[in-house]
Unconditional design. Structure first.
Length: 451
């Protein structure tokens, strides 16, 4: 019998009977790969369930196990829920294997039985990494294997409490004939691990590689199948890494934890503000500290601006790192129009120090002050921190969570805060820490206070 084949987009999972250069669904180029169409029969391995009366259902208190890394527990919503399936995605080399080996060692130390399966590295390679991380003895089992059915069989036999699969792209099911890493394989792997997890109440972690361009045989297509999706990201040239929750059935999303990659593996940074400000130049022009929010956590960051004359009458450059380019252009237009500067013939560079990304409007006022500080050649007073959204007519608009921002700035030793008047008038006096607050309605007022 002739096997039927179909073309599947590796980015979004779209099926097409014939090859296409560009996916009709997601518009990506060269993502369709021929795969054999399989008839996977559903397995009814769960015990059949009966309807239950609402009041007879026991209170849903999910049991969790905690890692020693408090920051990771927080991102997970207070530890790993027993029997949950967590997907950790990130670019190759970012530190996924390192993080999960550390976590595995941690669990094993607490007496949990852990199975760490690698389809990428040999046992010796993993052991070398473990030595580097200072892993101690415990109930940690390693398995180097790429066949999914064998992996599941071993896992069933060992019956661990925690199961790690590194990575989903290197493992294949012999039920399917397509190669490892294709959409159908990746889905089948996730599916089988999901069922294994739920059947035995095992907390499982799946590692998935993601490339900058999006997703190579997309872990994205798995997001709906798993309980928790974490993304591990960072700049290659910086030591810091951010772990974010994108989806969490058992906790809040948009939580994040910051780690530093060092010689002994990943170390959680419990005071990120200090980390991002530690090399701040004091009394330098063009540098402003803003109170921003990342996930649910306030964070102080330094915005830097540099304005310099364009050489050779070329087009002036507008470069931004760590800020939205369009938003920055808009803020520069506001400075020109409302404050009477002209940037014709000037190159402008904007940067957030430490490789951090500020993606909320509360950073606007900081950007404007940094640019003006540079233009006037006057430094910001070192004890001032700012936040506020700037509108097109130069008005300063309120932002969310002002109190959290103030408290963070206070705890980092800042004495004066410039903030939106609208936020100031809504704050309860008794909640405010001992810090000098200056509410402003527009950018001119802010400049008068500072310069
Ligand atoms: P790894 O966990 O292998 O990345 P991934 O699994 O996401 O592909 O981490 C790879 C990088 O981390 C590698 O460049 C080496 C570095 N590293 C350290 O800096 N310190 C360490 O202790 C370890 C184990 C790795
Ligand atoms: Mg790895």
């Amino acid at each position: 019998m002739k096997q039927k084949t179909t073309f599947i987009c590796q980015n979004c999972g779209f099926h097409s009977p014939k090859w296409l250069g560009r996916c009709l669904n997601c518009g990506e180029w060269n993502t369709l790969i021929e795969e054999v169409e399989e008839l996977v029969t559903a397995e009814y391995s769960f015990p059949a369930s009966e309807p239950l009366l609402y009041e007879e259902i026991k209170e849903a208190r999910r049991q969790r196990i905690k890692t020693k890394i408090e920051e990771l527990n927080r991102v997970l919503g207070g530890g790993v829920v027993l029997g949950s399936l967590v997907l950790i995605g990130g670019e190759p080399g970012i530190g996924k294997s390192t993080l999960l080996l550390q976590v595995s060692g941690d669990f094993a130390n607490q007496g949990e039985k852990v199975l760490y399966v690698s389809g990428e590295e040999s046992l010796e390679q993993i052991k070398i990494r473990g030595e580097r991380l200072g892993l101690r003895d415990g109930n940690l089992y390693l398995l180097a294997e790429t066949n999914l059915e064998r992996i599941i069989a071993q896992a069933e036999k060992l019956s661990p409490q925690v199961f790690v699969l590194d990575s989903i792209q290197t493992v294949f099911s012999s039920k399917l004939s397509s190669s490892p890493g294709t959409i159908s394989q990746v889905r089948e792997v996730a599916n089988q691990v999901f069922r294994f997890s739920k059947r035995n109440g095992v907390s499982s972690f799946l590692i998935g590689h993601i490339t900058k361009e999006g997703s190579l045989a997309g872990p994205k297509s798995l997001e709906h199948m798993v309980d928790v999706v974490l993304y591990f990201e960072g700049e290659r040239d910086h030591a810091y890494r951010v772990l974010r929750a994108l989806k969490n059935r058992f906790g809040p999303v948009s939580e994040l934890a910051i780690f530093e990659m060092g010689r002994g593996g990943l170390k959680a940074i419990s005071n990120p503000s200090a980390f991002f400000l530690k090399e701040r130049p004091v009394e330098e022009t063009g540098s402003v500290v803003v109170c921003t929010i990342k996930g649910s956590r306030p964070l102080l960051a330094e915005i830097q601006a540099l304005v310099s004359a364009t050489l050779f009458s070329g087009n002036p450059r507008r470069m931004t790192v760590g800020l939205d380019h369009f938003r920055a252009s808009m803020l520069l237009a506001i400075v020109e129009r409302k404050l009477g500067y002209s940037f014709a013939g000037e190159d402008i560079y904007l940067n957030v120090a430490g490789g951090l990304l500020i993606d909320e409007p509360a950073g606007d006022l900081g950007v404007i002050l940094a640019v003006v500080s540079c233009l006037k050649n006057k430094a910001m007073p070192p004890d001032v921190s700012v936040f506020g959204e700037v509108g097109l007519s130069g008005e300063i608009r309120s932002v969310n969570q002002p109190l959290a921002r103030l408290k963070e700035a206070h705890s980092m030793g800042f004495k004066r805060i410039i903030l939106p008047e609208g936020n100031l008038s809504h704050l309860e006096k008794k909640d405010i820490p001992d810090i000098n607050l200056m509410g402003v309605k527009n950018i001119k007022q802010a400049l008068n206070i500072i310069f």
